[in-house]
Design a binder for this molecule. Structure first.
Ligand code: MTE
Length: 330
């Protein structure tokens, strides 16, 4: 996000053949170490699935199947972004500022054991083990459009359940007006942290009603499998009507607050990254237009798409902002 203009590098050029081979081998090793059954299943799938298996989904548990149910909140009709593109073209600055770095570096993230603290202005603060969180509610398959502030987009089949289902279990105090998400941060593991001037740990936030909106997803997987590390394992949030940077990865704390939390990108540059960050084709980024977007995975010469207000989720979320000046509150 610190680059001078939206990146137009074809994603196919980002990861070299050597990197693929290296990570395919690594993944094979990890899979056999962690889950023999999953590895055997993948081997049985043959050449067709092999193309997907070669996609470097990094992480000891990445690729493990999750049991899911269909969701009424899914978006349909658009071609899904391939697993290969989803796992090779990432923003995860703790593991490097280039899109091709997280796939090479995020294997270092220790996703088990993992705990998530629910704290702040809440009647029953609690620390959860990730596996308890995973089994608390049925996991839903939800295809969402994903629009990055850098003017590219994807269509991603996430797996998770509405964050509101977790929040409801905690009785936040009436004084809780905002929710802050804090990502895992360990300089020894995320050695690339100093490549950017973000104030760590990565922090994002939502207004309480945004956090409670059923579309806001506590996310554990994609393509029916455990999240690859580079996509924010073992748990992240996804807010489909906002620019991608609101969707904090690898979260370790959810904090209820009475004031708007400071957030990493807003701290970085207040005039470029507002707190709300709703996808809005009518409010340009100071350095580029937000009217159109490039769909990752489509040929470089393909026509750019028109960006939709609230990323196409206006019917569901526009009422959250009734009466607000969205140019001021960008
Ligand atoms: N979360 C953390 N902890 N660190 C990051 O650098 N990048 C954000 C967001 N969450 C980021 C993060 C940005 S800019 C985007 S576009 C999305 O993650 C990218 O998610 P993806 O790699 O799954 O597409």
């Amino acid at each position: 996000m610190l680059i001078g203009k939206p990146s137009d590098i074809p994603s196919s050029e980002i990861t070299s053949k050597e990197q693929y081979d290296r990570y395919f081998n690594r993944r094979r090793f990890l899979r056999s170490a962690v889950s023999g059954a999953v590895a055997a299943g993948a081997a049985a799938l043959g050449a067709e699935r092999l193309a997907e298996v070669i996609s470097p989904s990094i992480g000891a548990l990445a690729g493990t199947k999750l049991q899911t149910v269909k969701s009424p909140l899914t978006t349909s009709g658009e071609e899904l972004t391939s697993l290969k593109d989803l796992t090779n073209y990432n923003n995860f600055y703790e593991f490097g500022v280039d899109k091709g770095q997280p796939v090479m570096n995020a294997g270092a993230l220790p996703t088990r054991p993992w705990t998530l603290r629910v704290e702040g202005l809440v009647k029953k603060p609690k620390t959860f083990d990730i596996d308890t969180l995973l089994s608390m509610r049925p996991l839903e398959d939800r295809v969402y459009r994903h629009r990055c502030v850098e003017a590219w987009s994807m269509v991603i089949p996430w797996v998770g359940y509405s964050l509101s289902e977790l929040i409801n279990a905690f009785d936040p105090l009436p004084s809780a007006k905002y929710v802050q998400f804090l990502s895992y941060f360990d300089k020894k593991v995320e050695k690339w942290w100093s490549e950017s001037t973000i104030l760590w740990p990565y922090s994002e936030g939502l207004r309480m009603d945004e956090a409670m909106h059923p579309l806001t997803l506590l996310t554990f997987g994609l393509y029916g499998e455990v999240l690859p590390n580079q996509n924010g394992a073992p748990v992240r949030v996804v807010i489909p009507w906002k620019y991608g940077f609101k969707s904090a990865k690898s979260i370790v704390a959810i904090r209820f607050l009475d004031k708007q939390p400071s957030t990493s990108w807003n701290q970085q540059s207040e005039r470029e990254y507002g707190f709300y960050s709703n996808v809005n084709p009518n409010v340009d980024h100071p350095r580029w237009s937000q009217k159109t977007e490039r769909r990752i995975g489509q040929p470089f010469y393909a026509q750019r798409r028109t960006t939709l207000m609230f990323n196409g989720y206006g019917e569901q979320v526009a009422s959250l902002y009734n009466g607000m000046d969205l140019k001021k509150n960008f």
